[in-house]
Design a protein around this ligand. Structure first.
Ligand SMILES: NC(=O)c1ccc[n+]([C@@H]2O[C@H](COP(=O)([O-])OP(=O)(O)OC[C@H]3O[C@@H](n4cnc5c(N)ncnc54)[C@H](O)[C@@H]3O)[C@@H](O)[C@H]2O)c1
Length: 358
């Protein structure tokens, strides 16, 4: 019997914003067959030239303005990797051009921008993946499977900690767009909290209410050029709680002043039948304890994460761009609903931490 193999559809990528996260995506894209990076854009001419040289792109494909890149007929799909104040316009033009977009989180700078995109997207949808990459963490994917199998029964409480040490004083991190409300929309709320909000929605369900406490640990940081102090006008610590899904209490804390935690997300899930612990830094196993009347003294066990959770956000995005099916991927609606939770966290804090409906 003869088999027919279909050639993989080539996807020609254009990358907008050539900073830190672009390095990650470029490494990831290079592992996927049938993908080529054909154009790049950055407002920083040095960065544009360096990455243009690295990718051996002709100068005609190194765009100073992202609009020309998105409208280039030789670009099929866009990676939108700029600071948050540019996300809306990139997605808006990509929708106009009907091109696939991988959108960095948060979806937009403001809730009002998300609302405008929702209308445009609903009228004319394109393949769009929002890069909540931690949803792809193997231990979190396995946790999702165990919860879907009701291993823990009804879930009473889910506790998330997303901690880093990038802003700890000993690192002397300079002032960047991340510390600027006009460029970032919020501090760690849109930055790291948006990831654990996505994980909570993925694992448990939609937010029903939220109450927040936001805090600035470091009120000024040195300008990277002059060294002079610049005022930070966004929070660098966020703690919040709320009701999620079927009456689960969610508790969350995130900041980047956690010395000893280079970069970790940890979750503890407490249900009627047991407790589960999973983390970003241990993708190979989860810890679980299951007790009942017959096993009242059962102890924590370590369960190996099956080696089946090996897909990536970039891999799923390329599948979407080719018109293929993807399962469990964070799509436009996830970005939109996530942005609503961010908006409600900011509202709660403006109202002195009141519990607000989501
Ligand atoms: N999903 C994740 O895990 C993750 C991790 C890090 C960053 N991010 C997101 O990625 C985005 C970029 O973050 P980063 O850490 O790479 O920032 P960065 O500051 O390292 O890089 C941003 C780049 O965008 C360029 N830029 C700025 N305005 C531009 C414009 N109008 N057109 C083209 N280029 C422009 C800058 O010159 C810079 O090179 C942010 O939205 C951030 O939230 C997501």
């Amino acid at each position: 019997m003869s088999t027919t193999t279909f050639p993989t559809k080539q996807i020609r990528m254009g990358i907008i914003g050539l900073g830190l996260i672009a390095e990650y995506h470029m490494r990831s894209l290079h592992t996927i067959s049938g993908v080529s990076i054909v154009a790049v854009s950055d407002v920083n001419p040095h960065r544009l030239q360096a990455i243009g040289e690295q990718l051996q792109l002709p100068t005609s494909k190194r765009y100073a303005h992202y609009e020309a890149l998105i409208r280039d007929p030789e670009v099929d799909a866009i990676l939108s990797l700029t600071p948050n104040d540019v996300h809306f316009d990139i997605i808006r033009i990509a929708l106009e051009e009907h091109k696939a977009v991988l959108a960095e989180k948060p979806l937009t700078l403001t809730w009002s921008e998300a609302g405008q995109l929702k209308k445009l997207y609903t009228a004319n949808p394109v393949p769009l993946l929002v890069h909540y990459k931690h949803r792809y963490g193997a231990a979190f994917q396995y946790t999702k499977q165990l919860l879907d199998e009701h291993k823990l029964g009804k879930i009473y409480n889910i506790q998330f900690r997303y901690l880093m040490d990038a802003f700890s004083p000993y690192r002397q991190h300079p002032y960047t767009w991340r510390h600027n409300l006009a460029k970032a929309g919020s501090g760690v709320v849109g930055d790291t909290a948006s990831h654990i909000i996505d994980l909570a929605r993925f694992l448990i369900g939609e937010f029903k209410s939220v109450a927040a406490l936001l805090h600035i640990i470091t009120p000024e940081r040195p300008d990277p050029v002059t060294g002079l102090p610049v005022k930070v006008d966004v929070e660098d610590l966020a703690a919040f709680h709320g009701i999620i899904g079927d009456n689960t209490v969610g508790t969350f804390i995130t900041h980047k002043n956690a010395i000893g935690k280079r970069h970790d997300i940890e979750v503890d899930i407490y249900g009627e039948l047991g407790t589960l612990h999973a983390s970003l830094n241990n993708p190979e196993s989860i810890r679980i304890v299951l007790r009942d009347l017959e096993h009242p003294d059962a102890e924590y066990e370590t369960w190996a994460v099956p080696a089946i959770y090996n897909h990536t956000a970039d891999g799923d995005f390329i599948k979407l761009a080719r018109g293929e099916f993807v399962d469990r991927a964070p799509l436009f609606d996830d970005g939109y609903k996530n942005q609503w939770v961010l908006e409600k966290i900011l509202q709660s804090w403006r109202e002195n931490g009141r519990l607000v409906e989501v």
